[in-house]
Design a binder for this molecule. Structure first.
Ligand code: SF4
Length: 384
């Protein structure tokens, strides 16, 4: 199996052979929900961090017993899987107040555990402020210290500074390799598609970090002379939150584009900002996670996101932008609106899409994207 097939295989499964192997060797696995949950702390506690996912979801029927139809389809699919027992291999789950929909999963999962003893007993709610400031940083550092204590007390272990330091170095290495790979998309030759990059980040968040580093090294090797861009393909920037459906991304790219940059949860957000290795570990982790390329949940950080947007459009020679949000996602609804005016200011074409996770609608997406790309082609001809 070559590296691309291996990544595809891991990405489309809830579990994978590396997790199963680690579990049989006695290692514990800790689920988490969001890019603001520091994997370093979970790793230093001896767990394999595992990002919860909706792949292989059978629907939202069971999740809908706990959620309302006005909640986004990511949380409904994800919790449906929890009710069905798909995440029973986890030893705990760390939840996060990313948005109200995802925060609610903590309450629902506790109910599920109380009612049916389903899933792991260790459920921890991590809170991060919605603003970036010194006060917020102090608060988040306290929250991370609480997480450290909760893990130590519940599992009878000790998370030393030395262990944290080792984990920080490993995750910095993973981040830096991914950043190196993503930066290779700046050039005319684009070594991997947007669909492949989603699969890659999804796969990396479900294997031991040491394995992730070796997969990334193989991927960088395999990408050296690779070019997936076809002549005439538009270079796209993809903006959005919870997107795991590589096929959806592939459908967009198949209309005549290649995604060269993004600010997706399973994308650029995982590569930005290393953790400072020579500072006390918990405050250093807090600083990185509070100030990395932010999600729209951070209400006073649009300026940084728009700066990243502008810089990336220039550095990656982006021709067009697509924002793609889930229905009922207010965070990305607001962000898409703001990005639209930023795109207008920068003179770059932008299309706004909305979807249900694993919700089909391929024909409609295809038509809208085709029309958007044709409009850009016509504009370019008019300019010539
Ligand atoms: S898609 Fe939006 S509403 Fe759903 S979990 Fe993500 S941020 Fe929250």
């Amino acid at each position: 199996m070559d590296i691309f097939d291996e990544i595809r295989f891991i990405a489309r499964k809830t579990q994978n052979p590396y997790l199963k192997e680690a579990r049989s060797a006695g290692q514990k696995i800790m689920g988490y929900l969001c890019s603001y949950v520091p994997e370093e702390i979970l790793h230093a506690a001896g767990f394999i961090p595992y990002r919860l996912r909706t792949v292989e979801s059978l629907g939202t029927e069971k999740g809908d017993l706990y959620y309302s139809a006005l909640n986004c389809s990511f949380v409904r699919h994800c919790f449906d899987k929890a009710v069905r027992g798909d995440f029973d291999f986890l030893d705990g789950v760390i939840f996060f107040n990313g948005c109200d929909h995802s925060r609610r999963m903590y309450d629902n999962w506790r109910d599920l555990y109380r009612e049916r003893q389903a899933g792991p007993g260790f459920l921890h709610m991590l809170i991060a402020p919605h603003k970036i400031s010194q006060t917020a940083l102090n608060r988040y550092t306290d929250e991370l210290s609480k997480l450290v204590r909760a893990l130590e007390e519940s599992f009878g272990l000790k998370i030393t500074d030395q262990k944290l330091h080792n984990s920080i170095c490993l995750y910095n290495e993973k981040r830096s390799l991914l950043a190196q790979l993503f930066a290779m998309r700046k050039g005319e030759k684009v070594p991997l598609t947007g669909a492949e990059s989603i699969r890659l980040v999804l796969a990396l968040s479900a294997v031991p970090v040491e394995k992730a580093v070796s997969l990334l090294e193989k991927m960088i090797d395999a990408c050296q002379d690779r070019n997936v861009a076809k002549p005439g393909d538009l270079r796209l920037f993809m903006a959005g939150g919870c997107m795991e459906e590589a096929d959806h991304m592939q459908l967009i790219e198949d209309q005549g584009a290649v995604v060269v940059a993004d600010n997706l949860c399973l994308g650029a957000r995982s590569v930005h900002t290393p953790i400072e290795e020579d500072l006390p570990p918990v405050p250093a982790i807090a600083r990185r996670y509070l100030t990395h390329l932010s999600c729209p949940r951070m209400v006073n950080d649009f300026y940084s996101r728009s700066h990243y947007f502008e810089e990336t459009i220039r550095d990656f020679s982006v021709d067009a932008v697509i924002t793609d949000k889930l229905m009922f996602c207010d965070l990305w609804g607001g962000e898409a609106f703001l990005l639209k005016s930023e795109a207008r200011r920068l003179g770059i074409p932008i299309l706004t899409l909305e979807r249900e996770m694993h919700g089909g609608g391929a024909g409609q997406v295809q038509t809208r994207v085709q029309a958007f790309f044709e409009k850009i082609a016509n504009l370019t001809q008019d300019d010539a």
